[in-house]
Each structure stands twice: as C-alpha cells, then as structure tokens.
Design a protein around this ligand. Sequence first.
Ligand code: FES
Ligand code: FE2
Length: 440
Amino acid sequence: LTVRLQGLSIDPPMLTREENRVLTEVAPATPMGDLLRRFWIPAALSADLPERNGDPVRVRLAGEQFVAWRDGSGSVGLFDELCMHRGASLALARCEGDGLRCIYHGWKFAVDGTILETPNFARDTVRSRLRAPTYPTREAGGLVWAYLGPRELEPPFPHYDYFDLDPRQVPIYRGVIDANWVQVLEGTLDPSHRLILHQDSLGPAYRKNIDQGGALGAAIEAREFVSADLAPECEVEDTAFGCEGVAILDAVADGRATKYVRAHTWVMPFLSLPTKSSFVFTVPLDDRSAVLYGIEAREVADDGERERMVELLYAGPPSSYVDGRYRFGAAERWGQDRSRMDERFTGVEGVVPEDIAVVLSMGPIFDRSRENLVPADQLVIRMRKRMLQAARDLQLGREPFMLAPEEARKLGGNPRLMDDPSNWQEVVLPGNAPYRPAAR
Ligand code: FES
Ligand SMILES: [Fe+2]
C-alpha cells in the first residue's frame, strides 16, 4: 500500500502504533534510545554551571539521570548520578576542585572518570582497575554537550557557525515541556502552522516589531514574512544529514505576483533551522518531557535587548514558566485565556507557548496512528521515516547517517522571493548551505 502526496511516494505516511512506540521511546536499549546516544546531545546550558568547583547540577537526558559539574580547572564532567560504590547521589557530593567526593563513604572521582580515592578501602584494587561512569563532554555555543554512546564510536563534534560568537551575547531560550520530544520536534518542522497558530506573533504584530528597529527589528527582519498564503506547496528532499523542506507561498512584491520560498532544515536528530540564523534543538529528557533550546545566531551586547529578543521570538511572558518549565497544564487549559481570543487567535501569549500549548494538548505521547496527514505535513513525515529507518538500521549494525563536520557551518537557508520556485534548492545550496542530497 503506497499513498501518494504531491508526487511523493511514502509507504503509508501514517505510523502504526508499533512505529509510534519505537519513534517515541528514548530509554537506553530501545532502538531510538540507542540511536540518539550515537550523537552529541545538548545536555545543559553553560550558564547552569557558572563557577569552577561550583555546586553539582542534576541533569536528565533520554531517560537517564546524571550530575554535571565544573571542576577547578573549568572542565565540565557528566557523571551517572548515583555513585558507583553503593548509589548515593553525587548531587550531594563535596566539591574538591580536582574531583567530586561522595558523602556516603568518601569515594572521590575526577571528571574523566579517574577514581582518586576510596577511603573505606585502603588497597588500590578499585582505583587501579575501575573507572567511574562519566561521559565525554564539550562546551560550545553556550551549551554543554554530552556523548552517551559507546566510547569507541564517539562521532566528530560538529562546529556550527554560531559557536564563533560570544555565547554571553547570544539570545538563548531554554524551556522544559512535559511532552514527548518528537511532538516538540515536529512543531519545529511544520511550515503550515506558522501562519495559522502564530498569526499574531508572525503576522501584523510581527511587522510592527520590525518597525521598532534596533537589533530586535533586525533579528525579526531576518526571519521576515511576506505572504498571507496559508496553504503552502511543500517539497522535501533527503540530505546526507537529514532533510531539507521548503514551503512555497504565493507572494506579491512590487505589485507583481511571485513566490516566497521558506526553507526548513532538519539535521538528524535534534536540530531544526527555520532560518539560517535560528538553531532550534529539541532534546528528550525522558519519554514524557523534553527541552527546547532556541538560539538566535547573533551577538547582542545589551542584556535587556537580548532578554526582550528571547521573549519576543521564543519564550513569551516569563510568568509562563516555573524554574524554566512551562507551568500550564490541562487544568489551566495549557495557558489559553479565552477572554482574549477576540484580540489573539490562540488566546495564548508568546510564540513558543503557542507551540507548547498545542503540543501539551495532544497528551504526553500522542498516538500517531490516529492522524490524517496532508501534503503540508511532508517534512514531519519524512523526518519520522528517516529516524525510524536509522533506528532499524542501527539494530542491524548499520551506522547512522549524520552531519559531516565540514557541513556543520552554514546550514539552513533564509526565506527568499523567487519567480521560479522549481529552483528552490538554490535557497540551501553549497556556499549558502551544504545542500547535498542523500544517495538513494
Ligand atoms: S555510595 Fe558513594 S562512596 Fe559509598
Ligand atoms: Fe511553532
């Protein structure tokens, strides 16, 4: 059975319940859990670990619990939370510069897993033969990244171009959402919801904000929007690192009908680029919670301006979060104020809160076998299929496809007016971005 969407053949686009389960489960030793562990994962904000030898921080990732800690030399370590001796949490540990000391029996561990001391066991048997469970980390672009997979298969660390900016001046949003991460990721790869769900943020109000000028205006201008066409023609192609999709919309420029082409880039597995300058990482904390990092790749020196930009482009009102977690559940109608629906289509304040409200309303793990998909959903469909295929392949011993280091710079494409949208690949071409169709 093959269903055709706009000439694109997808053997049935709807997922079975079993496929949905595989797609959404992230714990160790699940097919998707194994796959995700083969990539560098955004684990925390660098700002969560502000000081050398500061307090250890509990970190949840893909259904596992860790402790992150910056040692006296500034290196960040990621430890299994529970001490390798008899399981006390290292969140309780004493910080001793060169290592964390478990308060239960005093074992002390360096960030690289070296066991420095075992005070309740004088011989060096444990120290010399074992290593503490720690994981490779990197710090770049305002984030701490971790690799949780097999040591010998550690992939190269991709260097995105925004890593060259001063992370303290880059607007970074972080929000925790109590829903499966794929639901959140799908919202970042969904060209047709932008102009419907977000019509008040990305529609006329958007123009008004551009007119305010300044860095904020420039940021918004770069993510410009010029079409009222709600039913974009969508095309999608596999690339070596994920997919490129475009929405092709009717537009009028200088009184003449033309097309407005908007690219959406998906980089396996966590990264979406709705424009060249917006890096959006969706990361599973466990099956039922995710974190969204939204990064605007520009330096804004003024702290107030940077916060305003995060609020306007991503977060919405700070009052919608408690400790970085979106606070409204079903009892609060996910943050919707129905008395405001005359002035605002959704009744939900803020761009990402609008996404979060609909994502939460689907339930923590949506059953995709219930869907009725249309051509505008193609990019989402393709992402799911490629992830499921990669997860199956890995179970069969085939290595996952991933971004090559030389492709990590200049990903994505900026929206563009084009008279001939059949050349849409120009929006994401080499020199502009590493458009490289996948070998079939
Ligand atoms: S449980 Fe940590 S040293 Fe014993
Ligand atoms: Fe959205």
